[in-house]
Write a protein that binds this ligand. Structure first.
Ligand SMILES: NC(=O)c1ccc[n+]([C@@H]2O[C@H](COP(=O)([O-])OP(=O)(O)OC[C@H]3O[C@@H](n4cnc5c(N)ncnc54)[C@H](OP(=O)(O)O)[C@@H]3O)[C@@H](O)[C@H]2O)c1
Length: 292
């Protein structure tokens, strides 16, 4: 059963709509203003839109998208893991991370890429001026699409230690033991409730869960901590707000969105993205002063 939004897309009136972000929900995504600014600046005759697709409709959506002239699309929550099985080919990094956030469409064939891992690390390094491969990390929400890919990417960087926490612990236990075998990082899974204890032994807390930890779970946060929330929104996220109140350096996911988006643009068009223009468009859409 195709959702109404998907049906509407295929009766689409705008032939220039040739790039999408697909998610559920998706209205919050700031990818369209960021990419549309670049498309306009480079006089590329296409536009980037949002498409809400439920998990049950994802396969059907890919089937229909293949038949149209889309250049490609991004995937946001909750589709990054499920999309892996719907593609004709995976880029080696996306294969290793087992998650896809960028799809390229060429003559009915679809190719999957992952730009979230690099986008995350570049975003953290820009926000905090630290070298991610040298910090000890707790990753919250490691069982979701973004968290899963982040865990795998950080383990590839051989960070000194990586503690995976997820509401559903079973989702990260096998991942932790697999990564511990393959990486030089010390990797282990801990129950979601163990964050206060884990705080003592890490430098950086990365949140990849949609809700973030409860305020009481951050009681042990210290000024030395760095807190990066992949979530972003019009207001300061509760996690960023709390971390700031405790004197810790914190940032939301806007810089990650920027850096994963620059890489996706380069994959679609095979040329450098107009980075500063996209940064300005993204920060303006978020109602923020430009950083960096
Ligand atoms: N800034 C960026 O560029 C960027 C990039 C990627 C993702 N993100 C953001 O990161 C978040 C996750 O995205 P995703 O694609 O990984 O989504 P996802 O695949 O749906 O995963 C959701 C994650 O959140 C956890 N979660 C959901 N409800 C929870 C609750 N009540 N308590 C604790 N944990 C809960 C899930 O835990 P369970 O496994 O237990 O269900 C899972 O780990 C989204 O907000 C997304 O917008 C931002």
């Amino acid at each position: 059963m195709i959702s109404l939004t998907l049906q509407t897309l295929f009766e689409r009136k705008d032939p220039d709509l040739r790039l999408l972000v697909i998610g559920d929900p998706v209205d919050h995504s700031l990818s369209p203003p960021m990419h549309n600014a670049a498309l306009e600046f480079l006089h590329l005759p296409c536009r980037y839109g949002r498409l809400r697709v439920s998990p049950e409709d994802l396969r059907e959506a890919f089937h229909l998208l293949r038949q149209q002239d889309f250049i490609g699309w991004n995937l946001t929550l909750p589709h990054k893991l499920a999309a892996v099985d719907l593609l004709d080919e995976l880029d080696p990094l996306a294969r290793r991370l087992c998650a896809v956030n960028t799809v390229v469409h060429k003559s009915g064939r679809i190719f999957g890429f992952n730009t979230d891992g690099k986008g995350l690390v570049t975003g953290i390094e820009e926000a905090f001026g630290c070298a991610v491969p040298s910090v000890r990390i707790a990753l919250l929400g490691a069982g979701g699409g973004a968290g899963h890919a982040a865990a795998r990417y950080l383990a590839e960087l051989n960070v000194p230690s990586l503690v995976l926490l997820n509401r559903t612990r079973a989702k990260v236990e096998r991942l932790a033991s697999e990564l511990a075998d393959r990486s030089q990082s010390q990797v282990r899974a801990e129950p979601w409730e163990m964050l206060p204890k884990v705080c003592h032994e890490v430098d950086l807390i990365v949140n990849a869960s949609t809700v973030g930890p409860a305020p009481e779970a951050l009681a042990m946060l210290e000024e030395r901590h760095l807190v990066f929330d992949m979530v972003y929104g019009p207001q300061e996220t509760p996690l960023v707000h709390l971390a700031r109140k405790k004197g810790a350096k914190s940032a939301d996911g806007l810089l990650m969105l920027l850096h994963q988006g620059l890489l996706a643009f380069e994959i679609w068009f095979g040329k450098p993205a107009p980075a500063e223009l996209m940064r300005r468009a993204l920060f303006a859409a978020a109602g923020r002063a430009v950083s960096g």
